[in-house]
Design a protein around this ligand. Structure first.
Ligand SMILES: [Zn+2]
Length: 185
């Protein structure tokens, strides 16, 4: 545990020393926004989906994408995966998924950060919407680490990222509402 704390302190120290750089990046970075093309919306507009708003239709796609990869399983005596699944809608309209990986040490990852890394691996970086499905099928709020990564990815526009808190109640919030003040900014 002590080692973990020391590692955390080292990470924080490096972030603080880069504060001015991050502020400069925030000023220089010009987000392209999260405009989703209408054709994306139309391509699967059938049946009950027609009754839904554009936003709800996108949330449904995210929910279904997350559920499609959710598969809780024991990988080994030390690793479990798939209990929580997440889906991200990027500014290009693509959806990236990820599942949680739990280990007996610090090597695991949340589903949301796994989905973000999937997005980065595929050359994208702008997040529009995020949805995470818990083992009970309900959606949940992101942890602090997942919020922090999103902030650092899109410092100038992170507050606009939409997060589904309660899929059944159709309650979504922005990351700005969840994290109004950044600890460095
Ligand atoms: Zn997390």
């Amino acid at each position: 545990m002590q080692k973990n704390v020391l590692q955390a302190i080292n990470i924080n120290a490096s972030l603080i020393s880069g504060r001015e750089i991050l502020k400069l990046m925030a000023i220089l970075w010009k987000p392209q926004g999260c405009s989703i093309d209408v054709p994306l919306m139309r391509e699967k507009r059938t049946g009950h989906v027609n009754l839904m708003t554009k936003d709800n239709w996108l949330w449904r796609k995210l929910y279904d994408a997350a559920r499609s990869v959710q598969n809780s399983r024991k990988i080994s005596d030390y690793v479990e995966a798939g209990g929580v699944a997440a889906a991200i809608l990027s500014s290009s309209g693509r959806i990236y998924t990820g599942v949680c990986v739990d280990t007996c040490l610090i090597h695991g990852i949340c589903a949301e950060r796994n989905a973000i890394f999937n997005m980065l691996t595929n050359g994208e970086q702008e997040i529009c919407k995020v949805l995470a499905v818990m083992p009970n099928g309900k959606t949940g709020a992101p942890c602090g680490a997942c919020r922090e990564l999103r902030v650092q990815l899109i410092l100038a526009a992170y507050k606009d990222i939409e997060i589904m808190l309660d899929y059944e109640q159709e309650k979504a919030v922005t990351l700005g509402e969840l994290t109004p003040e950044w600890w460095i900014g």
